[in-house]
Design a protein around this ligand. Structure first.
Ligand code: CP
Ligand code: NVA
Length: 298
């Protein structure tokens, strides 16, 4: 039987997404030892840096009674040109699940195609589905169901923004995206989610009346050489107190982190009362435990 993968949010249905959120909230409250993944091993391939993703998966596996192996292309044959297809076939005969953080989204798709065990996307140039599990858990914990609410995405139409498009379709919320020209998300994704997603270049209009305001770095990993040009292009897209004031008074602010104070978000907003970024970061652990249990223990 083909294993269940989590390469994008579209690999799960709406009710499964809601189920994962509910389970993550339950697991967060659980005090007793619970080890559904005893003797199971997660392989983790990181082509890019990570703090939250690496630590949350390692801690999650340890708390579930299993273990994890950190694999860097620098010290494995992955970095010396061994084909993805071969690496997937070999690794998936040894470990029980594989998480990959890669530059190209295609790498994770090919890996999943050849893997005997579930494959989890830990961030690619196109999507970051694990982060959306945590973001949605955080929204549900603070404000209840997000159905029918309005989310404003401000800044780059990047991997996080594109994953919000999938989340809007699955959880049925309105997503208003504001990006500078040339930095919009992929057209096909916008078209597929047409009824729920609108894209403009107007941050103020996008935030007005929003229930949740979200942003991310202006230059993602792999775009370091575009940093200076991007700072210029995004200068009117900082989430600061005057922009947040246009949202609903009870609106939340989220950022997947790491954040750059004074660029995409002001220090005042990041550290302010509407910001839930630390809960959001913690929830990476609980949401991914729910995901690991869903893929491996049920
Ligand atoms: N938000 C997130 O994925 O963080 P890391 O890059 O630290 O894993
Ligand atoms: N868009 C960012 C997210 C980091 C978690 C990046 O890809 O670098």
């Amino acid at each position: 039987m083909k294993p269940r993968h989590f390469v994008t949010l579209r690999d799960i249905g709406s009710s499964e997404f809601r189920g994962l959120i509910a389970r993550a909230i339950e697991l967060k409250a659980l005090k007793e030892t619970y080890e559904p993944l005893k003797n199971k091993v997660l392989g983790m391939v990181f082509e890019k840096s990570s703090t939250r993703t690496r630590v949350s998966f390692e801690v999650g596996m340890a708390q579930f009674g299993g273990s994890s192996i950190f694999l860097s292309p620098r010290d494995t044959q992955l970095g010396r040109g061994e084909p993805i297809e071969d690496s997937a076939r070999v690794l998936s005969r040894m470990v029980d699940c594989i998480m990959l953080r890669t530059h190209s989204h295609r790498t994770v798709e090919v890996f999943a195609q050849y893997s005997r065990v579930p494959v989890i996307n830990g961030l690619t140039d196109r999507f970051h589905p694990c982060q959306l599990l945590a973001d949605m858990q955080t929204y549900f914990e603070h404000r209840g169901d997000i159905v029918g609410k309005t989310v404003a995405w401000i800044g780059d139409g990047n991997n996080m923004c594109q994953t919000y498009i999938h989340a809007a379709e699955l959880l049925d919320f309105e997503l208003r995206i504001a990006c500078p020209p040339g930095y919009e998300p992929e057209t096909e994704l916008i078209e597929a989610a047409e009824k729920r997603v609108a894209v403009s270049g107007d941050a103020r209009a996008a935030v007005t009346g929003a229930d949740l305001v979200v942003t991310d770095v202006w230059a993602s990993m792999g775009q370091e050489n575009e940093q200076a040009e991007r700072i210029g292009a995004f200068e009117n897209f900082q989430v600061d107190a005057s922009l947040m004031a246009l949202a609903r008074p009870d609106a939340l602010f989220m950022h997947c982190l790491p954040a750059h104070r004074g660029e995409e978000v002001s220090a005042e907003v990041l550290e302010g009362p509407q910001s839930v970024v630390w809960d959001e970061a913690e929830n990476r652990l609980h949401a991914q435990k729910a995901l690991l249990e869903f893929l491996l223990a049920t």
